[in-house]
Design a protein around this ligand. Structure first.
Ligand SMILES: [Zn+2]
Length: 120
């Protein structure tokens, strides 16, 4: 294996075994999610295709706000890289209907903002 190790300068960031497929921040290469946590690929973010994912690491949340989407008004918070502060997507805090409840407490990662670390 010739995988480069992902190094971040800040100490409070989490590290994962290098054989785990992950998503990383495009800006600073910090690991932000395990690909195992991927829930759905069929989402659309502000800049195009996006993933719905169960959990992230090394991220911070921005201000909570209501967003009017095609599917109704959702309460969301911006998802920011904890290392470089780049916006990566958002977290769903509250969804308008029961059918959409599965999205609550899950995260949207915009494909344009992240790097897939395996089979690249
Ligand atoms: Zn970053």
């Amino acid at each position: 294996m010739s995988k480069e190790s992902t190094t971040c300068s800040k100490q409070d960031l989490h590290y994962l075994p290098s054989d785990q497929p992950v998503f990383s921040c495009k800006g600073c290469s910090c690991v932000i999610a395990l690909q195992d946590e991927l829930c759905s690929k069929g989402f659309t973010g502000g800049s195009g295709k996006a993933f719905l994912i169960n959990s992230t690491i090394n991220t911070n949340l921005g201000k909570k706000e209501e967003r009017k989407l095609i599917t109704g008004t959702h309460t969301c918070a911006d998802l920011l890289c904890a290392s470089c502060g780049a916006s990566l997507g958002w977290k769903y805090l509250k969804t308008p209907t029961a059918e959409q409840k599965y999205k609550e407490n899950r995260f949207i990662l915009e494909q344009a903002k992240i790097v897939k670390e395996n089979n690249w």
